[in-house]
Design a protein around this ligand. Structure first.
Ligand code: KG4
Ligand code: ZN
Length: 414
């Protein structure tokens, strides 16, 4: 099964191709073409939706062609030979949400057109879910142009139950998968996504977009304990988590029904946990702003865009290191609680922030099981992860999308 995945939900125009012979078999990467409009966006300090959409229109066809050429180098790289290349593709998958409307439309309309004209089945993909599926790529196809040494891949396929932490510029979610396509959203950010918080703190420190990698660099010179930024305590649990706990408790009660009458077995069960898994990043972000204002002896009215020029390099490095530690601890604390409660066989991470060495270090230090990480190139937005989820959908008989009517879902949740 060879699937071509198209991704255009934000500022990366991407197309990847993967191959697998069955759900339990290795997932091989054949190509991973990504073109970012980040350089065009950087001058504005963030993604401008109109610029992103226009760039996708210009880039989408060349990027798809590049992915096909990279995957099947021996079949030639000319558009005239395009049919030969397409004969190798068994299906197309495309991100239809969540994301920017104009950007999503370019990918979805392209995928719909190709599905019709090339007579391929079409699979609609949730971008957030797909970030986790990047972890299922464990091999590079020998026949492709990709070099195996340029990708650091997990040695083994993740096992279920699987705990997935999605940490990107637009999303911060903790999800428990019982199996493919069977999962519960345990918790998520109630305000900024973690990557967004990194980007905003970077802006305060005068660093360009995207801020995460710049904070990572600057933090190397700083003291992570110089500032005690607060970690938000989020009360409440989501209805999905409440239901999961109810079912889990019910299952336990049914394990040995013959041993005890229902009322006495219930009374001996430990009470279910009462904590939730939501988190927040607006508190620590505001704490950074206040700390910076106080460091230069100004009031809370002092404009944030003027702070960077008044802070010393050492102060900026300490803020970067302390914020990075706290932001990462926030999600790792919740991951640890979920690990204790659900005892998953695998813990995986996905999204741009998953490439953070601090996140990788904290998880490896605290989790009692081995955690393997995928290549940094597969953490940020890419088409390969869209292809992987499409490939599982195709192999496991999930519903196909209608190429004549598939729409976009900018606010799609999990
Ligand atoms: O997954 P992604 O490419 O796009 C979204 O779907 O949002 O993630 C981009 C985000 C940006 O906010 C960027 O600052 C953050 O990932 N990021 C990092 C690091 N590398 C990228 N954040 C913290 N540390 C990093 N090393
Ligand atoms: Zn993403």
């Amino acid at each position: 099964m060879v699937i071509l995945g198209i991704e255009t939900s934000c500022d990366e125009t991407a197309c990847g191709i993967v191959e697998s012979v069955g759900p339990g078999q290795p997932m091989r990467l054949l190509s991973n073409a990504v073109l970012s409009s980040m350089d065009l966006q950087a001058v504005y300090g963030g993604v401008v939706p109109e610029i992103a959409a226009r760039s996708h229109i210009e880039a989408i066809i060349p990027v798809i062609q590049q992915a096909l050429n990279e995957a099947f180098p021996t079949l030639g790289g000319r558009t005239s030979k395009s049919d030969k290349l397409w004969n190798n593709i068994d299906g197309i998958s495309v991100t239809y949400g969540a994301g920017l409307s104009g950007s999503l439309l370019v990918g979805v309309m392209t995928a719909r057109t190709l599905a019709i004209t090339k007579s391929k089945p079409l699979y609609a993909i949730n971008h957030v879910e797909a970030h986790i599926y990047a972890n299922f790529i464990t091999e590079i196809a020998a026949s492709s142009q990709l070099s195996a040494i340029s990708y650091q891949l997990p040695a083994a396929t993740p096992q279920f139950p699987m705990l997935g932490l999605i940490v990107s510029g637009g999303h911060s979610q903790l999800v428990l998968w019982r199996n493919h396509f069977d999962y519960t959203l345990l918790g998520q950010t109630q305000d900024d996504a973690i990557g967004e918080a990194f980007d905003k703190v970077a802006k305060i420190l005068g660093l360009p977009y995207p801020g995460g990698p710049r904070i990572e660099e600057l933090a190397k010179q700083g003291d992570p304990f110089a500032f005690k930024f607060p970690k938000a305590k989020m009360p409440g649990i989501s209805p999905a988590l409440a239901e999961l706990r109810r079912v889990k408790r019910g299952e336990r009660r049914e394990e040995k029904p013959e041993l005890q009458p229902l009322h006495s077995s219930l009374s001996t069960l430990p009470s279910p946990p009462t904590h939730g898994y939501d988190y927040s990043f607006s508190g620590p972000k505001t704490a950074v702003l206040r700390a910076a204002q106080e460091l230069i002896g100004e009031t809370h009215e002092f404009a944030s865009y003027k702070l960077a020029e008044r802070l010393s390099e050492a102060q900026k490095a300490n803020i970067a290191a302390s914020f990075q530690r706290i932001a990462v601890e926030t999600v790792v604390d919740k991951t640890m609680l979920a690990y204790e409660e659900f005892k998953p066989k695998s813990v995986v991470i996905g999204g741009g922030v998953a490439s953070s060495p601090e996140l990788r270090r904290q998880l490896a230090d605290r989790l009692p099981i081995e955690i393997s990480y995928t290549d940094r190139k597969l953490c940020t937005d890419n088409g390969a992860m869209i292809a992987v989820l499409g490939c599982f959908k195709a192999m496991l008989g999930q519903p196909k999308a209608d190429p004549y009517s598939l729409g976009i879902a900018p606010n799609l949740s999990m």
